[in-house]
Design a protein. Structure first.
Length: 99
């Protein structure tokens, strides 16, 4: 049988409402993976990222938008393809105009 002092020693510190600041949360593995990737793109820990998102949600702020890493990659690739096509057209026009 544990004494009250032993129970207090094992209990994390808490605020006046009895909340310790620790939370065990179960989620689908896919969501866990997506959140971990978003935190990595954000340059923060998973805990800090989720805490900030939840805090913004409670405060009524808009959730942070993804940095667009994948979208940016596709845009750069599309730009490179466009430049390559334009270069080929320019070379073809130069060859056709050569006397």
């Amino acid at each position: 049988m544990a004494t009250a002092a032993a129970r207090r020693a094992r209990t994390p510190t808490s605020d006046d409402n009895g909340h310790s600041g620790r939370l065990l949360l179960r989620m689908p593995p896919e969501l866990h993976s997506e959140l971990a990737q978003a935190a990595e793109r954000d340059g923060s820990s998973l805990n800090a990222y989720i805490t900030r998102i939840l805090g913004n949600s409670v405060e009524g702020a808009a959730p942070p938008r993804p940095s667009g890493g994948r979208l940016l990659r596709y845009a750069v690739i599309a730009d490179l393809v466009l430049v390559a096509v334009a270069a080929l057209v320019a070379v073809a026009l130069l060859i056709a105009a050569w006397p």
